[in-house]
Design a binder for this molecule. Structure first.
Ligand code: KG4
Ligand code: ZN
Length: 356
C-alpha cells in the first residue's frame, strides 16, 4: 500500500510517500526564516507560502520517488493533515489533497496532526502497546493513552501555553530569533541547571493537565531582572554567534529547560500510575530537546520500559508522519470523502471517517 502524505498545518509545507516497508520519498520546505522577521508565525503569510510551494514540492516528490510513467496509478491513498493548526494553512493542504483525490480517483484520508507526530515514532521502532504518548510541540502539549495506531485517548493537555511556546517565548525575551527552542537547547547544553531557579508549574494537584504560562512569566521576570545576561544583538545569524552568550544565560537556559522537562515527567509519571504502559512515546518538535530526552530516558529506565523517540528529522513537522498515520487509518478501513473539513487549533477533531 502506497500513501501520499500532505502536511501544511503551520509553517512547514511537506509531502511524502510511505509504503508498507517505510519511507519511499519525502520533501519539506520550512518558512521559519520568513516568520523569523516577525518574531512568530504570521498566519496570512503562512497560507500564501503553502499555496506557492505545494505544487512544485509535489513535482519534486514524484521525481524523487520515480514511480514510473503513471505515478498516480501507484498511489493507493492520499492522507492530509486536517487539523489542528492554522485554518488558512490547513485549507491549502486539504484543498490540494481533495483536488488530487478527485482528479486521480484516489481515496482521501484526513489525519489528526498530533496523532501523526506520535506515529512518526512507529516508523522505525516497534511500540509496545498500550503506550504512554507525550506530544510536545510548538502549539500543543498532550498526554495520550495509545492502545494502538488508530486508538488514542487524550489523558491531559495544556490549558494555556504549549511546552514549545514556553521555549520560544523565553528565547525571544532573551534576544534569540524565532523559533528559539533549538537555540535555547544549544545554550542550555553549555550551562549548569539550578533546579530551584524556576517553578515546576501546575504540578501540585492530582490531574494530568499542564499550564506553562506561569513558568513563562517567571522566565520573563528573571530576564527583565538580568538584562546583562541577554543574548548580544548582531547582524550575523544567531546560530553562528551562540558562543557569545553569557554563562549566566546558558545556566538560565539549562534551568528553564529542566523545569519544562521535569514538569512533563512529573505528569507522565502520574499518568503511569493510572495504567501500565508497555512503552513511552515522546514526539513533536520539543522531543528534539536534549534535557527532555534525558529526563524521559531516566523515567523510562526507572519504570523498566522502552522509551521511543522519533529520529531528530521526524520530531518536527513533516509529511512522513502524516502518510504513516494515513497508512494506519487505511489499514483500519477508515477513509473520508470530499466533504472532509479542516479543523483549527482548539477544536476537537471529529471521528467522521467512513468505512471502506
Ligand atoms: O512539532 P513542531 O515542529 O511544530 C508544531 O506542530 O508546533 O514543533 C515546533 C516547536 C517550536 O516551538 C520549536 O522551538 C520547538 O518545537 N523545538 C525545540 C527544539 N527543537 C524544536 N524546543 C526545544 N529544544 C529543541 N531542540
Ligand atoms: Zn507539529
Amino acid at each position: 500500500m502506497l500513501v501520499l502524505g500532505i502536511e501544511s498545518s503551520c509553517d512547514e509545507t511537506a509531502l511524502a510517500l510511505v509504503d508498507d516497508t517505510g519511507i519511499r520519498a519525502s520533501v519539506i520546505s520550512s518558512q521559519a526564516d520568513i516568520h523569523a522577521l516577525f518574531g512568530g508565525v504570521v498566519p496570512e503569510l503562512a497560507s500564501r507560502e503553502h499555496a506557492r510551494l505545494i505544487g512544485p514540492l509535489l513535482d519534486s516528490l514524484l521525481e524523487k520517488a520515480d514511480l514510473g510513467p503513471d505515478p498516480w496509478k501507484k498511489v493507493d491513498y492520499i492522507a492530509v493533515t486536517r487539523g489542528p493548526g492554522l485554518m488558512g494553512s490547513l485549507l491549502v493542504g486539504v484543498a490540494f489533497a481533495k483536488g488530487l483525490a478527485m482528479a486521480h480517483d484516489i481515496p482521501l484520508i484526513g489525519v489528526d496532526h498530533l496523532q501523526g507526530h506520535l506515529l512518526a515514532a512507529e516508523l522505525e521502532n516497534d511500540i509496545a502497546w498500550p503506550a504512554l504518548g507525550v506530544l510536545i510541540s510548538g502549539g500543543h502539549t498532550h498526554l495520550y493513552r495509545m492502545d494502538g495506531p488508530v486508538d488514542m485517548t487524550v489523558l491531559g493537555k495544556t490549558m494555556d501555553d504549549a511546552a514549545g511556546e514556553a521555549c520560544d517565548k523565553f528565547a525571544k525575551a532573551a534576544g534569540l530569533p524565532y523559533p528559539g527552542g533549538a537555540l535555547l537547547d544549544a545554550l542550555g547544553r553549555r550551562g549548569k541547571a539550578d533546579p530551584h531557579l524556576f517553578p515546576r508549574p501546575y504540578t501540585h494537584n492530582d490531574n494530568l493537565d499542564f499550564s506553562f504560562s506561569g513558568l513563562k512569566t517567571a522566565g520573563a521576570l528573571w530576564l527583565s531582572q538580568h538584562p546583562e545576561a541577554h543574548f548580544p544583538a548582531g547582524d550575523t545569524p544567531a546560530k553562528e554567534r551562540l558562543h557569545l552568550a553569557s554563562q549566566k544565560l546558558c545556566d538560565a537556559a539549562a534551568s528553564y529547560l529542566l523545569a519544562i522537562a521535569e514538569t512533563l515527567t512529573i505528569k507522565a509519571g502520574r499518568a503511569m500510575e493510572r495504567f501500565s504502559p508497555g512503552s513511552i512515546v515522546v514526539a513533536g518538535g520539543v522531543a528534539a530537546n536534549s534535557v527532555v530526552r534525558e529526563e524521559f530516558s531516566r523515567l523510562a529506565q526507572k519504570r523498566g520500559i522502552p522509551l521511543i523517540i522519533p529520529r531528530l528529522s521526524l520530531c518536527g513537522d513533516n509529511a512522513v508522519m502524516i502518510a504513516k498515520a494515513g497508512w494506519h487509518m487505511a489499514a483500519a478501513g477508515r477513509v473520508h470523502d470530499l466533504s472532509l473539513s479542516a479543523i483549527p487549533r482548539g477544536q476537537v477533531i471529529p471521528q467522521d471517517w467512513k468505512s471502506c
